[in-house]
Write a protein that binds this ligand. Structure first.
Ligand code: AHM
Ligand code: MG
Length: 338
């Protein structure tokens, strides 16, 4: 226990690297930079409630500077933290329409970074958990010049590393390199992420379902039938529970720890759902699968889907294996599209 307490994120990453003598250390260095960016974003998120004291976003603060919207701050912070290490050939963010090239004077590397800088940002004003999501691939474009869109549109199973940071009652950094999912909680006094969730395994089934029931009348019939089935049945003798934060990172973090299912379906109004394949669904699917769970769009494995465009959306059914298999059965049997 005492040892675990002092397993910091940098130490964990470096020890993981030693276990793989073939590793070049590049991914470790990327993760360390992401950890630093996470700390800086976390500090800013924690100041959000002081908006009326230090100035609303869009206004000038006491120093006469423009106060940035937090999602823009997080977007710029990640680019600033990640564009100078010489590891990436291209990046992409939910906050930017096109791919992001490295500045002309920076070294170009062999990795690709995709991120959602601050997911669930409409929750900020109510002090509800929000998060950052990231995904790392190896480039597929030849040479060592700038990367391109194709580098960003790879199938999710090709990810090298994926992770998220939840800014909640504490700040937690979760990542996987495909084997083992690890969670680190930020100790604000110490200023370091400490290993708090070693080798996370998602339960095979769970009691909690998580989706926006406000869209019920647009759902496919199979999904309506599945939710009605859960409501009429028991899990280990107790009724199922509905939980929905409305921040994907928080909802999936809970699902990973407690088990159950998180769903953002395609429906009559939005057949492809809401969440973005490249930098929301894929990294979460990579993490949940690495923890022993399952993630599909109702039919196809999320990680097998070939993205056609950077910001494309996908329905997602993700969580405990048995729960995702069961909803897929309901969807299959109802034979209704989306
Ligand atoms: P955002 O990328 O604009 O923040 O939206 C994504 C968020 C997810 O975190 C969350 O799962 C979903 O939107 C909630 O959507 P809804 O309000 O439709 O339930
Ligand atoms: Mg988002």
């Amino acid at each position: 226990m005492a040892l675990k307490r002092f397993m910091t994120l940098p130490r964990h990453i470096l020890e993981g690297e030693k276990a793989h003598p073939e590793a070049t250390g590049e991914l470790s260095s990327i993760l360390l930079q992401l950890g630093l960016a996470a700390k800086l974003i976390s500090l800013e998120v924690n100041k959000a409630g002081l908006a009326n004291i230090i100035g609303f976003t869009g206004q000038e603060n006491v120093h006469g500077e423009q106060v940035k919207k937090l999602d823009i701050f997080a977007h710029e912070m990640l680019i600033k933290a990640m564009d100078h290490g010489g590891h990436f050939c291209v990046m992409a963010s939910e906050e930017e329409e096109d791919i992001i090239h490295l500045p002309p004077n920076k070294k170009i590397g062999k990795y690709v970074l995709l991120f959602d800088p601050l997911d669930g940002s409409s929750n900020i004003d109510a002090n509800i958990s929000i998060g950052t999501i990231f995904s790392i691939y190896k480039r597929i474009s030849p040479g060592n010049g700038p990367g391109n869109l194709e580098d960003c549109l790879q199938q999710g199973y090709k990810q090298e590393v994926a992770g998220y940071i939840v800014y909640g009652s504490s700040t937690i950094f979760v990542y996987t390199a495909g084997h083992g999912v690890y969670g680190f909680t930020l100790d604000p006094a110490f200023g370091e992420f400490l290993l708090s969730h070693d080798n996370i395994r998602i339960p095979k089934s769970g009691r909690i379902y998580s989706l926006n029931e406000g869209n019920y009348f647009s759902w496919p019939k199979g999904l309506k039938d599945y939710i009605k089935y859960l409501q009429a049945n028991y899990y280990n003798g107790k009724p199922y529970q509905a939980r929905y934060v409305g921040s994907m990172v928080a909802d999936i973090h809970r699902t990973l720890l407690y088990g159950g299912i998180f769903i953002y379906p395609g429906d009559r109004r939005n057949p492809k759902g809401k969440l973005r394949l490249c930098y929301e669904c894929n990294p979460m699917a990579f993490i949940v699968e690495a923890a022993g769970g399952r993630a599909t769009d109702g039919k196809e494995r999320i990680l097998d889907k070939k993205p056609e465009s950077l910001h494309e959306r996908s329905p997602i059914y993700i969580g405990s294996e048995d729960d995702v298999l069961l909803v897929e059965k309901f969807l299959r049997e109802s034979r209704e599209a989306y």
